[in-house]
Design a binder for this molecule. Structure first.
Ligand SMILES: Cc1ncc(COP(=O)(O)O)c(C=O)c1O
Length: 496
């Protein structure tokens, strides 16, 4: 088993190993019935004492995650959370491939994958996926743009893209970012990526390794946690307050040791929806300056805003306040456009830019040129801005609907913030109610949501869940919300 133990952490080695193994089991990477190394093997593989290895297994057994069977070994227990059924029927001729379990891997956890709605049966009402319902997306604009590219840019089908992206497309994006978000990012500071997710991966591959520490807002986007864990860096969770990532805790941390980077989603944070205040943005930048730290700013939700709920305007992106090239800016197009296009950009400066471009060339030799040409017209069309405006009008009505329904149907002990935009809602249950335990009942009722536990890089808080209210049709959203309210209300009354 490959587990990197941080011997300088304030978390005990026993706890680190227990958490790592627990996360692999909970996210489905270690399957039910998987034979774990013996205490002796675990101790020698991880260079920990026999006593510690034994205590790790004792803790996991107490958590109900493993079974130690005398004379046979230690096995992953049947999971409390029912795994989502794969909609594909199993191939009858496939043998169980038991031998494969003996090949170790480097995957630390995969919460995003294991809770992905892609694995849900189609009849389930999906409150988990963070995207816009397809009926609201500008399909006509996309069709026109593709048709135009088919007649105008046929040569691109036979070419590679420059590693950083197609010149014309970079210019179009640079112009889009200026008009939409006031960001001045010239084309030579941009790299086209295959979705923001690739930007996270390129950053981690370039700048994170064993011994490095990255601070991240907690709770936070689970796939970013998975990506940073894969780099074997240490993740330092930083709690949030109303103004965003807590600067007092960052400062405390910097006084103790090395921090290399900060990851933040400052605008409509995933999953909490918090918008980092202008003042906090300035403080984080000053902190990064003073401590020579990189900031990875992930900004996929900025477009999803219309003034309301006391907020007239969004604070500017950190990147627009950055005068020294410390911020690496990620902009995705999956949250207000088509996630299936898998396109995003990364903006950086100086040698940081060059190093990211080098890794992009190593990772995939550049994003598909054809796709960039196919989207050129869409990104230069004045209709794009009009579409974003009209999308926000529709979403404002949905926000109203969500607020009205929850205030009418949900037990008021369940807390949720007022929405100012974005696409998620973070619900907080009483402390003794675990959202993970409600997943099987939710599936039985025909809904799916994300349990809050997957958004924590370390010990999770179990009494939260995240729903996305933009992904269902107008007809299905009220149905799903009613089912959810009923489920949560009943869970509250069923509590011992
Ligand atoms: C904060 C955040 N960053 C990145 C992504 C991934 O976006 P993309 O589809 O552009 O890869 C998501 C998707 O849920 C997200 O919430």
């Amino acid at each position: 088993m490959n587990i990197t133990v941080n011997r300088h952490s304030s978390v005990t080695i026993k706890e680190q190993v227990r958490l790592e193994i627990a996360q692999r089991i909970q996210s489905g990477l270690l399957e039910e019935g998987h034979l774990l190394p013996s205490v002796r093997q675990l101790s020698s593989q991880l260079h920990i004492s026999l006593v510690t290895a034994h205590q790790v297994y004792q803790g996991l057994e107490k958590d109900g995650l493993i079974d130690a069977i005398r004379g046979k070994g230690t096995f992953v227990k049947k999971r409390k959370i029912t795994p989502i059924q794969n909609t594909q029927p199993p191939h009858p001729a496939l043998p169980p491939f038991q031998w494969q379990l003996s090949i170790p891997d480097y995957l630390p956890r995969a919460s995003y994958w294991s809770h992905s709605a892609v694995r849900l049966p189609p009849e389930i009402l999906d409150l988990s996926t963070a995207s816009i319902h397809h009926s609201l997306l500008p399909l006509d604009l996309l069709q026109d743009s593709i048709k135009h590219a088919l007649s105008k840019h046929t040569r691109s089908l036979g070419s590679y893209s420059p590693y950083q992206g197609d010149r014309e497309f970079l210019e179009a994006i640079s112009h889009y970012l200026f008009t939409q978000s006031g960001l001045t990012l010239e084309p030579h500071r941009l790299i086209i990526t295959n979705g923001t997710q690739q930007g996270l991966d390129l950053f981690a591959r370039t700048f994170l390794g064993p011994g490095d520490v990255i601070a991240m807002e907690t709770p936070c986007f689970s796939s970013a946690i998975d990506t940073f864990r894969l780099s074997r860096a240490t993740i330092q969770p930083i709690p949030l307050d109303h103004d965003g990532m807590r600067i007092d805790i960052l400062e405390e941390l910097a006084s103790h040791g090395r921090l290399k980077a900060i990851y933040t989603v400052p605008t409509f944070q995933n999953p909490t929806g918090i918008i980092m205040s202008y003042r906090r943005r300035k403080e984080i930048l000053e902190f990064a300056e003073a401590n020579n730290i990189l900031i990875l700013e992930d900004d996929p939700h900025r477009e999803l805003f219309s003034a309301g709920n006391g907020l007239k305007k969004l604070p500017p992106p950190l990147k627009s306040l950055d005068t020294t090239g410390r911020v690496i800016y990620l902009k995705g197009f999956s949250k207000f456009l088509f996630p299936g296009l898998r396109l995003g950009i990364m903006a950086a400066d100086g040698s940081i830019y060059n190093r990211l471009l080098a890794i992009k060339s190593i990772a995939d030799l550049g994003s598909p040129l054809w796709l960039q040409k196919a989207l050129l017209l869409l990104f230069t069309s004045p209709h794009l801005t009009m579409y974003i405006k009209s999308l926000n009008q529709t979403l404002a009505q949905r926000r109203e609907l969500v607020a009205t329904m929850l205030s009418r149907e949900l037990n008021p002990v369940i807390y949720y913030p007022q929405l100012a935009g974005g696409m998620h809602l973070w619900l907080t249950l009483p402390p003794d109610l675990a959202a993970d335990d409600l997943i099987p009942a939710a599936h039985q009722r025909g809904i799916h949501f994300l349990p809050g536990s997957i958004f924590y890089p370390a010990e999770p808080e179990l009494n939260h869940l995240r729903i996305c209210w933009t992904n269902l049709s107008n007809e299905d959203l009220p149905k799903a919300l009613s089912l959810l309210c009923d489920l949560l209300n009943r869970a509250l009354t069923a509590k011992p």
